[in-house]
Ligand binder design. Structure first.
Ligand SMILES: [Zn+2]
Length: 202
């Protein structure tokens, strides 16, 4: 059926049992949870529905996209959000070190001169304590850096080079990385849930 694949791949917000937003999944995975009974649909008015209840409610309810999931025997709207009925944890607090996450943490700016380094050609990563002197590739020792500052600093520490870091590098809070991945078009639909979790910043 036309569009079905799109609907199944659409984004669904996942809340834990305390209604804290913890993850983004696809409609397809959300349906698996609903079928297994490990999750319920949650609507912006905080009403929760098991799959059976949701199918029934869909006869009256319209979500943002109003897109239908259809099989020969039943049809229901793709949920915007689900909550996991017995999962009460928050995501892993530690954010994995990666180049992509580093770009987000450092706001695509050189941590020495503050210049924007959105263009990959303009940027590199700098080991605050140089690798040649035992510096590790960790959140605490790596910053985003423009080519010019990197050249200037060379094989020295910032102190030795007379350069100042704009802030002390450390692991970013998981929420900042989580929010970076958010599909813009869903922010409005999910606003309520994100605000509740303290994640939505206007
Ligand atoms: Zn710079």
């Amino acid at each position: 059926m036309a569009g079905k694949r799109d609907v199944l791949g659409d984004k669904v917000l996942v809340l834990n049992r305390h209604y804290q937003a913890i993850q983004i999944t696809t409609v397809q995975r959300a349906i698996c949870h609903l079928v297994k009974g490990t999750a319920k649909v949650i609507t912006p008015d905080w009403t929760t529905h098991s799959l059976e209840e949701w199918i029934e409610a869909c006869r009256f309810y319209h979500n943002g996209n109003g897109r239908l999931i259809r099989s020969p025997s039943l049809s229901f709207l793709a949920p915007d959000a689900i909550y996991l009925v017995s999962f009460d944890r928050l995501p892993r607090i530690e954010v994995v070190f990666s180049r992509a996450n580093l770009l987000v943490r450092d706001g695509y700016t050189c941590q020495y001169c503050g210049k924007s380094v959105k263009n990959p050609k303009d940027r590199t990563i700098d080991h605050v304590l140089p690798r040649s002197r035992g510096g590790k590739t960790t959140w605490e020792n790596v910053v985003l850096c423009c080519r010019k500052c990197n050249l200037k600093k060379g094989d020295r520490t910032p102190e030795e080079a007379g350069m100042l870091l704009r802030k002390t590098p450390k692991a970013p809070p998981w929420e900042s990385i989580f929010m970076e991945d958010f599909p813009e078009e869903k922010k409005e639909v999910w606003r309520q849930f994100l605000s509740f979790a303290g994640l939505f910043k206007d």
